[in-house]
Design a protein around this ligand. Structure first.
Ligand code: A3P
Length: 289
């Protein structure tokens, strides 16, 4: 398969189609009632999108099955297929809109913050995030070839992957949450107490749903159900772009899978490097992975 080329936007690697329309992205006009889901790639975006859609539709599963995830949530800086420019999709969407981005905070189109849009940010621990991203790049022709595991490991630590450094991404959004209406969530918490996190999202969205609806949302957005849901598992995307025989989009959905990938030496090197990169922040991740 042909692989995607990348280029830098203000020091951050991006797929070339994103670079080509960067001015348009930067000048995107958000509306005050837009809800934005922001993540570093592979931190639990699709999961959060399904939760948000279920909350917005009061737990109506059929409504959430009206279209695949990428059409329900325009991805502002990216097009999943050549026909689906995220910006055009967003501009054509009636309000209130639900949008998706992976941009680091400094590359976010300023109008999102100026308009005071609500933003849900989800962070996932770096080790599992790295592993998930590696498998995703292997199966996704819309991203560069990740190379070997060993090479990818170093690229991730160096921030030489699309959407840039995981470390800067999670820290940048963490700092912004005190100034803007940002709900900052963790993938690990969502795994541990899904209902509690779903309730947080509901309250942030200004909704009030009954317990039985929350239970229904929790069930519909569980990994096993989403893996089987063609409107949530990206199987509507052509195999030329996402080859799910290489690695399924709904791969494992677990905390701690890094242990099946990291060598002891890699883990030591990772931890040492992590300490340096994360010493200037109050952001911490659950240590029991
Ligand atoms: P793994 O590759 O570790 O399995 P994103 O949606 O940001 O691209 O993130 C994808 C990751 O989230 C994948 O991780 C995927 O399996 C996981 N995921 C998707 N839906 C999930 C769910 N309902 N529960 C737990 N993990 C989920």
């Amino acid at each position: 398969n042909e692989r995607m080329d990348v280029d830098y936007i203000k020091g951050i690697l991006q797929p070339t189609p994103t670079c080509a329309i960067w001015d348009k992205i930067w000048n995107f006009q958000a509306k005050s009632d837009d809800l934005l889901i922001s993540t570093y790639p592979k931190a639990g975006t699709t999961w959060t999108q399904e939760i948000v859609d279920m909350i917005q539709n009061d737990g109506n599963i059929e409504k959430c099955k009206r279209a695949p995830t990428h059409l329900r949530f325009p991805f502002i800086e990216w097009r999943i297929s050549s026909k689906d420019c995220g910006l055009d999709q967003a501009n054509a969407m009636p309000s209130p809109r639900t949008l998706k981005t992976h941009l680091p905070i400094q590359l976010l189109p300023p109008s999102f913050l100026e308009k005071g849009c609500k933003i849900i940010y989800v962070a996932r621990n770096a080790k599992d995030n790295l592993v998930s991203y590696y498998h995703f790049q292997k199966m996704n022709a819309a991203l560069p070839d990740p190379g070997t595991w060993k090479e990818y490991f170093e690229d991730f630590l160096d921030g030489k992957v699309c959407w840039g450094s995981w470390y800067d991404h999670v820290k940048g959004w963490w700092d912004a949450k005190d100034k803007y209406p940002i709900l900052y969530l963790f993938y690990e918490d969502m795994k541990k107490h899904p209902k509690c996190e779903i309730r947080k999202i509901m309250e942030f969205m200004g909704k009030n749903l009954d317990e039985d609806v929350l239970d229904k949302i929790m069930h519909h957005t569980s990994f096993d159900i989403m893996k089987k849901n063609p409107m949530a598992n990206y199987t509507t995307i052509s195999e030329e772009i996402m080859d799910q025989s290489v690695s399924p989009f709904m791969r494992k959905g677990a905390v701690g899978d890094w242990k099946n990938h990291f060598t002891v030496a890699q883990n030591e090197r990772f931890d040492e490097d992590y300490k340096k990169k994360m010493m200037n922040t109050s952001l911490t991740f659950c240590s029991n992975l």
